[in-house]
Design a protein around this ligand. Structure first.
Ligand SMILES: NC(=O)c1ccc[n+]([C@@H]2O[C@H](COP(=O)([O-])OP(=O)(O)OC[C@H]3O[C@@H](n4cnc5c(N)ncnc54)[C@H](OP(=O)(O)O)[C@@H]3O)[C@@H](O)[C@H]2O)c1
Length: 294
């Protein structure tokens, strides 16, 4: 399978929004623990500007990063926003003064979070808002998300949100959300080693819905595998480039938002969009999975 620059493009269902499949999440641009300002604000601005200059037109953020910090940096770095730049945000959490992560999922809290994002990004409407369920850590929990999705659907009717996604959810929760409103993307934990969502990805692909893995590089525990390292060495690539390229080959509805505060890593990650992995290499990498496919 051959890949074009930034992995080629993807159009969200029921919309005219087309983005390059390789995007960027700005979580690494806040201070340590995603709290407060970064050590190097100018460096953070440079990363965002270089990403956009390289063709990235899908930037993932949240007003609870910092809080407010990364949205302010996006605005300083990129406003006035170029036509075609899609900023995707997440709602559903808050950061009290002790820097912890707490759920903020009542309709009033979701509404207030939308206004926070609009104000801090300097936007009149949010292109795509994901309801990020707290679940259990970085995995989904059981239970209905109807109240939250109904609240987002209402904000969409008011014109404050244009499209809705869900994050950290089960297949049943995706179906529940779809029974309420159109869902254009699902953001869940998935990577070369952690493949619990294999069936969900295929189902969303059949429906033309985007699947955006968080932790594409392993997140807090960077991917480590001798197979991955061997393949990377043979192809004269870095393991992270191979891991990203594998995701782009995995399904055409996968969009990537690897986060980094480093220009070197950014460049490396964006190059992954042009990597072609041969079928035998893909098969070898498939063997890295440690979570049962299902
Ligand atoms: N929907 C959601 O809930 C959602 C969505 C997106 C992100 N997140 C959150 O964001 C956090 C980070 O997730 P993520 O998706 O950004 O994780 P990730 O992409 O798997 O990993 C990011 C980490 O990898 C490093 N990195 C990036 N590019 C690299 C490269 N080329 N070589 C070596 N290291 C590289 C970054 O450090 P450097 O800065 O040093 O490069 C950073 O520490 C998680 O806590 C996740 O929960 C959540």
């Amino acid at each position: 399978m051959s890949k074009s620059k930034l992995g080629g493009s993807f159009t969200f269902p029921g919309s005219s929004i087309s983005v390059n499949r390789l995007g960027y999440v700005d979580m690494q641009l806040a201070g340590p623990g995603v709290w407060g300002p970064p050590k190097d604000r100018e460096g953070a601005i440079a990363v965002l500007r270089e990403a956009v200059a390289a063709g990235v037109n899908q930037i993932d953020t949240s007003d609870y990063y910092g809080p407010h910090v990364t949205n302010h940096i996006i605005r300083e770095a990129l406003a006035p926003y170029a036509e075609g730049l899609t900023i995707v945000t997440k709602l559903g959490a808050k950061r009290p003064p002790d820097a912890s992560w707490q759920p903020a999922t009542s309709p009033a809290e979701l509404t207030s979070a939308v206004y926070d994002n609009l104000r801090n990004l300097g936007l009149e409407a949010i292109e795509i808002a994901n309801y990020r369920a707290m679940g259990e850590g970085h995995g989904p929990g059981e239970g209905s998300i109807a109240e939250q999705v109904l609240a987002l659907a209402d904000l969409k009717r008011q014109g404050l949100i244009r499209h809705i996604g869900v994050s950290n959810v089960t297949a049943a929760q995706v179906a529940e959300a779809q029974s309420i409103t159109q869902i254009v993307c699902v953001q869940n934990h998935y990577n070369l080693a952690h493949r619990v969502d294999d069936a969900l990805i295929d189902d969303l692909s059949r429906q033309g819905i985007a699947y955006v893995p968080f932790f594409p590089l392993g997140g807090f525990t960077p991917l480590q595998s001798s197979t991955l390292s061997n393949v990377a060495e043979r192809l004269a690539l870095t393991p992270m480039q191979v891991a990203l390229a594998w995701l782009l080959h995995r399904s055409p509805n996968i969009l990537l938002i690897p986060g980094t505060s480093s220009l070197t890593h950014l460049r490396e990650n964006l190059e992954a969009g042009e990597i072609t992995l041969a079928p035998d290499v893909l098969k070898e990498l498939d063997g890295v999975a440690i979570a049962p496919a299902g």
